[in-house]
Design a protein. Sequence first.
Length: 254
Amino acid sequence: MDPILLLAAELWWVAPAAAGAGATGYAIVRRRGTVNGRRLGYDAARLELRRAQLDARAAADAARIARADLARVAADKAAARADAPAVASARRALRDAQLAARAAAARVKASRVRVSTARSSMSAGGLLPLERLRGRHDALLARWMEYETDPARAIAFPRMSDGRQPATAAFLVALQRARDARPSPESRTSAEEFAAYRSAVEDLERAFDIAERAARGERVEAELPDALWDAARTLAIRTSDSVIAWTTKRRRQP
């Protein structure tokens, strides 16, 4: 079956769930406030900061190694033991390592901001962090289901239901990953699980925005993890093969 239809069948509950998210979500929060608590988002943010700091240190070390390699290759060239292409390759490696180090340092700064924001939100009222995140997830699923259930939208934006389109395939992969990462309301959620779910929802939101703009004919940038795009290409190929097989079967029927 087409991946779009499979996901739509599995997510039939989205529309009523999103519609009743206010009262039901608040009731769940009241019942489970002692389980997930207001520290969950803060603890997850601190966990992400520690990981970002480790990644930044590793990236900085890699940049220092690349700089030393360039100096070594340059010395080898001066001694006629290396050629110009080797020096150019070492320079490219250094440039890539420096860019990666700067990106890692930027992620540390962003993680510190998230920790500060999460700390401030602990004293705020309203929904708990996990329920706010589930609400964002449900709201986006409801937006997607409009393209699947509204005939006018389906006709106006057929790419949103075409898994052969790269942006749509990326969204479908992100949709599956967010669903898999979503904690059960009946279980205790760790900071690591919350961080993984938040990351999956954020990827889903970006993927939906990209797919929606692509479906409207806009040129979009690939602002998603490489692993997600790799999985999306596999899905697009599988969907194309399914369409071809279905078309061939239909043509053979009397």
